[in-house]
Design a binder for this molecule. Structure first.
Ligand SMILES: NC(=O)c1ccc[n+]([C@@H]2O[C@H](COP(=O)([O-])OP(=O)(O)OC[C@H]3O[C@@H](n4cnc5c(N)ncnc54)[C@H](OP(=O)(O)O)[C@@H]3O)[C@@H](O)[C@H]2O)c1
Length: 329
């Protein structure tokens, strides 16, 4: 695995990391979850990404991960980077979401209990909170690190401007921001506007999520919506996102991938990694077969200028950035 340095930190991450947003809740048999996690680690994926609300139900992905951690992965804790986040709705009342100190630190304690861990490697503010002073949210991340509950701090889906502010506050507190987790894919290129420049200047790494646009950038939807797919579930990837115009671009990208001797999923992942400011592509996987296909991206990461030009014609905004409200805040 060709590990990559995260910004200007001392931490290296795998170019492909595994997220547990989907497929690790109580609806998925534990043995399948265990198989994917074990296979990922065997193949050199040292980074697993969670959040308080992953499931369903919310919290169950951490509980299930904690069980696999306890039963299978415990001896390798020091070879693993485990992250979690707080920001979205987690429990009732005024202290169960957004960016207050009260919520972030209580949520982190709950996450540690669910996972059976003493600490996480990275703790994130999951989204920007326009109603809480950024000093308070960043102060909570700093406390998380100073108290030993987290080794590093990160932010997710913050705009370029908010990221600059957050980086300044954290630098002054003495706990530099390690990483930013934004959405990014061939169909969702918002980070190219200014965020990547900010991250490069600040020395913060980027781990880009949904590089397959939740599965849209695979061959899965070229001829309709197959049963059992995320679009068939229709919770976060809804059939209206797969409109004919977008599918025309996806089909063209599929041809370009074939010309490169890759699957579309592999080309989509490799493309997000073409910029050295992107440390890792954070994928999801329903099973071991999907994960292996995605890992095949590492066999051909480089692009010619001609290939990039041809891709640019079809790598167009598709209106699929569900996390835009946070980065607009
Ligand atoms: N910070 C945030 O706000 C935030 C938001 C979203 C995600 N994330 C993180 O990013 C991670 C990845 O997100 P994501 O699951 O949306 O990423 P993704 O990699 O874009 O999509 C994963 C889905 O694509 C399909 N897939 C994956 N590999 C495939 C392959 N090789 N061939 C065909 N289909 C394939 C599967 O869909 P099917 O289930 O349909 O088979 C899979 O569930 C999350 O788990 C989470 O850790 C963070």
């Amino acid at each position: 695995m060709p590990y990559r340095r995260c910004g200007r930190s001392g931490l290296k991450l795998p170019p492909i990391s595994l997220g547990l947003w989907h497929n690790f809740g109580d609806e998925q048999p534990l043995e399948e979850q265990r198989a994917v996690l074990r296979h990922a680690f065997d193949r050199g994926i040292t980074h697993f990404d969670l959040a308080n609300n992953y499931g369903p139900p919310a919290g169950s992905a951490e509980t299930n991960f904690g069980r696999v951690m306890r039963e299978d992965l415990r001896p390798w804790r020091d070879e693993l980077i485990v992250s979690t986040k707080a920001g979205y709705d987690m429990w009732p009342g005024p202290y169960g979401e957004w960016g207050s100190r009260k919520y972030l630190l209580a949520s982190l304690d709950q996450s540690l209990a669910r996972m059976g861990l003493d600490y996480v490697d990275i703790f994130y503010s999951h989204r920007f909170d326009p109603d809480t002073p950024l000093e308070e949210t960043m102060g909570a991340l700093d406390t998380a690190v100073r108290s030993g509950r987290a080794l590093y701090a990160g932010i997710s889906s913050y705009s370029g401007v908010r990221t600059e502010e957050a980086a300044r506050i954290m630098r002054e507190l003495g706990t530099p921001l390690l990483i930013h987790q934004p959405s990014y894919s061939l169909l969702n290129r918002w980070i190219e506007e200014d965020l990547l420049d900010v991250l490069g200047q600040e020395g913060i790494g980027a781990i880009v999520f949904s590089p397959l646009a939740q599965g849209m950038l695979t061959d899965k939807y070229l001829d309709g919506i197959p049963a059992g797919s995320r679009a068939a579930e229709g919770r976060f990837l809804t059939p209206d996102m797969l409109d004919e115009q977008t599918l025309t671009h996806v089909r063209a990208l599929n041809e370009l991938a074939r010309d490169r001797g890759q699957s579309l999923a592999q080309m989509a992942i490799a493309w997000t990694l073409r910029d050295p400011r992107v440390t890792s592509a954070l994928v999801g996987a329903r099973n071991v077969t999907q994960l292996d296909d995605s890992l095949g991206a590492l066999e051909r990461l480089e692009f010619t200028d001609e290939e990039l030009d041809a891709i640019d014609a079809h790598a167009v905004e598709a209106g699929i950035n569900l996390w835009k409200a946070s980065s607009d805040g």
